[in-house]
Ligand binder design. Structure first.
Ligand code: GLU
Length: 421
């Protein structure tokens, strides 16, 4: 396999995983190497340096990226991540997954992703504002409602999006609400956006449990990650009658055989910054390997890998995070008979409601929370049905089926448009 990207900063990792998945899909679809290479390679990428004036007067140099993987079906779309682990290859992988996610859910976007290598926990709000404004300013020629539309991801939130929108707008000379999604509702955001990823995760999790003959009412679940995705996924699962027996965050994991009372866990997290120390729970060693009906990895990439996949006992795994399962682990789980609902389907609720937000902002006309929820549920159910039908018809794992459907849609757009010049 040739590699047209350089430099690659890491060996293995998410980019290799994303390309392995793409290679499998293009082989099944009968695409030639040229088309594979085109789809494996970002259309455009930029690396920027971000000099930050710290609160104490020192200057620190940070690095950021924005990768636009594909525009065949519309403007590029994807989150902005603040994490000390950000690197260009990770952002490339995440941008590629966004292309497939948007195509699978039939939202009219290509894929993109951004990242700044920073641990936001160690910076003040004022410093994070300066980082966001400088980063936005550096990438501003590339973004815009018709070009590339950032959104929150790990380490960023609606405040980040408000700063980003403001910086871009000041540069344009007028307010451009459609340049980001995931904004505060009071600033052109959409009702239902903050919890949309988790709502989508739970829609497909309930469908996946039922497809395996497991009644969600009383089924057991473990959730890895208690941030923007895991927290609300745990809440909505519990509201649906699922017994959430364990949750974790970057500091540790807690559990209870009878099921955690999620509203109390949320209160504990708001007060103490972590699930750790929750009084009505015991410490848990490894949330991933518990004997549960449902496992929701909702943290980062690569957590289910060849080193632990044979110890995963969950019957159904629903990927709240992007890229949590490596291809090697996928193969092991497939043999073991576990059902893996892939990220590009399971966590697509976020970008679906981002699309709704963009449509609302561009029309300056806002929808009710019910309207957003109903339209989201429709999209998730339609995608779930298409992927499961395709998987059954061609005897494929759900990830392969989902990737084939998405890649075919992107390739079709590309072929119809033709190659310029
Ligand atoms: N960061 C989210 C994701 O990975 C949302 C992206 C978006 O809404 O553009 O899907």
């Amino acid at each position: 396999m040739t590699n047209t990207l350089e430099p690659t900063l890491t060996g293995g990792g998410p980019l290799d995983d994303a390309r392995t998945q793409l290679r499998e899909a293009t082989t099944i679809l009968g695409f030639d190497d040229g088309l594979y290479e085109m789809l494996a390679t970002p259309r455009r990428e930029v690396t920027v340096s971000i000099p930050l004036r710290r609160d104490n007067g020192d200057t620190e140099l940070l690095v950021g990226h924005r990768v636009q993987h594909n525009f065949s079906r519309g403007p590029a779309k994807g989150g902005l991540r603040y994490s000390p682990d950000v690197n260009l290859d990770e952002v490339r992988a995440l941008a590629m997954w966004m292309t497939w996610k948007c195509a699978l859910l039939d939202v009219p976007y290509g894929g993109a992703k951004g990242g700044v290598r920073i641990d936001p926990r160690h910076y003040s709000q004022a410093e994070l504002e300066r980082v966001t404004r400088r980063y936005t300013s550096e990438i501003s020629p590339l973004i815009g409602p018709e070009r590339d539309i950032p959104a929150p991801d790990i380490g960023t939130d609606e405040q980040t999006m408000a700063w980003l929108m403001d910086t871009y707008s000041v540069q344009q000379g007028h307010t451009v609400l459609g340049v980001t999604t995931g904004k505060p509702v009071s600033l052109g955001g959409s009702l239902g956006r903050a919890t949309a990823t988790s709502r989508g995760v739970v829609h497909v999790a309930l469908a996946a449990l039922r497809s395996r003959g497991i009644d969600p009412d009383g089924a057991t679940a473990a959730v890895q990650g208690f941030g923007k995705v895991g927290r609300y996924a745990a809440r909505f699962l519990a509201e649906a009658g699922v017994r959430v027996v364990a949750v974790s965050d970057q500091y540790g994991a807690i559990g209870s055989h009878t099921g955690l009372h999620i509203p109390s866990v949320e209160k504990h997290v708001d007060a103490h910054g972590s699930v750790v120390g929750f009084p009505a729970g015991e410490e848990v060693d490894d949330v991933l390997t518990l004997d549960v009906d449902l496992l929701v990895p909702a943290a980062v990439e690569g957590v289910i890998h060849s080193g632990n996949a044979d110890r995963i006992r969950a019957r159904v795994i629903v990927e709240g995070a992007n890229g949590p399962t490596t291809p090697e682990a996928d193969a092991i789980l497939q043999v073991a008979g576990a059902l893996v609902v892939p990220d590009i389907l399971a966590n697509a609720g976020g970008v679906v409601v981002s699309y709704f937000e963009w449509v609302q902002a561009n029309q300056a006309f806002w929808w009710s929370a019910d309207e957003v929820e109903t339209k989201l549920a429709d999209r998730m159910t339609t995608a779930w049905d298409r992927v499961t039908e395709h998987a059954t018809r061609f005897d494929l794992p759900l990830r392969t089926a989902a990737t084939c459907l998405a890649v075919e849609r992107v390739a079709q757009a590309h072929l119809l448009r033709g190659l310029y010049p």
